[in-house]
Design a protein around this ligand. Structure first.
Ligand code: SF4
Length: 66
């Protein structure tokens, strides 16, 4: 099973929770808007990915698994 991570930069409010939860997958640009470092984070704990989704106050993060 592989995960695909997407973040909607238009709705991101720069809270940074995703970066605090999973800094290997998420970063923020100079304006604080989310940047996905690893769209296909193989080997990353799925529970942490799910936590990043839940912790985002803007609902900007989507994780799909195939
Ligand atoms: S937690 Fe959500 S709102 Fe905060 S930086 Fe990450 S994507 Fe943006």
């Amino acid at each position: 099973m592989s995960a695909h991570v997407r973040a909607d930069r238009d709705v991101c409010i720069g809270a940074g929770n995703c970066v605090m939860t999973l800094g290997s997958v998420f970063d923020q640009d100079d304006d604080g808007v989310v940047v996905v470092l690893q769209p296909h984070p193989d080997g990353v704990d799925p529970e942490l990915l799910q936590r990043a989704v839940v912790m985002c106050p803007a609902g900007a993060i989507t994780v799909t698994t195939t």
